[in-house]
Write a protein that binds this ligand. Structure first.
Ligand SMILES: C[S@@+](CC[C@H](N)C(=O)[O-])C[C@H]1O[C@@H](n2cnc3c(N)ncnc32)[C@H](O)[C@@H]1O
Length: 343
């Protein structure tokens, strides 16, 4: 278990010092600053020695640990087999999904990739495979990845009390969307929810597990993601809540049924706005609309697109919030707009 305490930023220095002096700071993981809509806090990684509480702050399990390069260990391990120049280029970060290490390696170290993978596996003996990451592409949001060491690329990642089985070379998993997934898991009690871009169940599963909706219709176009969606529905025991549909949501989305529609896809999401609005009950409902947008248009373009689609269908819009999920690329933000659509 990876333990953390969540504390207000102003307590950061005091608690970090206490953790160092009392020897319960876990120096293998990063101290992270987390910003949610409600608050900002620090996640301090701690060891078992912290016990159950540090002052007023309970010790809890971290769902998405981020590891620091152990001081010198990657470089130390590779000393002798890599030149000084190569050593200066070895990756300084990676992330771990389930028991698989995912790492970006520069092209200049192509001939050393297996040595790098071996170094990582020796640093994390509980992990079974190392996969090289080249980014995400296409409508199916498929990652380009290469298995470097190990035999399997399939794993089960646990997050926020939910299990996500996936093959890391076939489907993406965005750690930047973690807070949004948690936020969504509180919404939808007693409602009919349509998840138009369900993937392996990134939003559908936490909503089904935590929010007690009446029903979720989860649509996914990519057969490989769809197979994992069905498996994750079983793993999380939410068969009675989620109806998975393999298909293009522009054709497969139901009409006039939903209280809430989740549009967790970026790129051309606005093309699906009219479908999403038609999916809501005639009396209306809530849209969660994702868009990647240049920073200077983040406050205007997504809202305008929703209003335009609603106007075409004779509906009205109340914008509830626009929030930033993460920086998507230089100068471009991934944002979500929550909007109420009504007659
Ligand atoms: C990968 S998810 C987005 C990531 C997610 N929001 C997260 O928290 O990590 C988007 C999914 O939408 C699917 N998709 C793209 N176009 C679609 C369409 N027209 N109908 C249904 N699914 C679609 C893709 O295959 C992909 O699995």
């Amino acid at each position: 278990m990876h333990r953390i305490i969540r504390i207000p930023p102003e307590k950061g220095e005091e608690i970090r010092e206490k953790a160092v002096v009392e020897k319960f700071l876990d120096t293998t993981r990063k101290i992270r600053r987390i910003q949610t809509e409600e608050s900002t806090f620090l996640e301090i990684p701690v060891t078992e020695a912290a016990g159950e509480k540090v002052g007023d702050f309970p010790v809890t399990e971290q769902e998405y640990p981020e590891f620091l390069e152990k001081t010198g260990s990657m470089k130390e391990y590779l000393k002798g087999s890599l030149s000084e120049t190569e050593l200066s280029q070895v990756p300084s970060g990676w992330h771990i999904l389930g028991d698989i290490i995912i790492v970006s390696i520069p092209d200049t170290l192509e001939s050393k990739k297996i040595q790098i993978a071996k170094a990582l596996l020796s640093m994390y003996p509980k992990c079974k495979s190392v996969v090289r990451d080249f980014g995400i592409e296409g409508q199916f949001r498929q990652p380009k990845r290469e298995l470097l060491l190990g035999t399997s690329t399939e794993t089960i990642h646990k997050e926020h009390g939910c299990f996500f089985k996936q093959d890391v070379t076939k489907v993406m998993y965005s750690k930047g969307n973690l807070e949004e997934r948690k936020k969504m898991s509180k919404l939808g009690k007693g409602e009919v929810v349509v998840d138009m871009f369900a993937g392996i169940g990134y939003f559908s599963i936490p909503v089904a597990v935590h929010a007690h909706p009446e029903k979720i219709i989860s649509i996914e176009i990519n057969p490989e993601s769809f197979a994992y969606l069905k498996e994750n529905i079983r793993l999380n025991h939410v068969e009675a809540i989620i109806t998975p549909i393999l298909g293009d949501c522009s054709q497969a989305a139901p009409e006039g049924e939903a209280d809430r529609v989740i549009m967790g896809y970026v790129g051309t999401t606005h093309h699906y706005l009219e479908t999403a609005i038609k999916s809501l009950k005639i009396s209306g409902g809530i849209l969660h609309y994702h868009e990647t947008v240049p920073e200077n248009l983040a406050r205007t373009r997504p809202e305008e697109r929703i209003k335009k689609a609603a106007r075409c269908l004779g509906k009205k819009v109340e914008i509830l919030t626009t929030r930033r999920i993460k920086k998507y690329s230089p100068g471009v933000l991934h944002v979500v707009v929550d909007a109420r659509i009504f007659e």
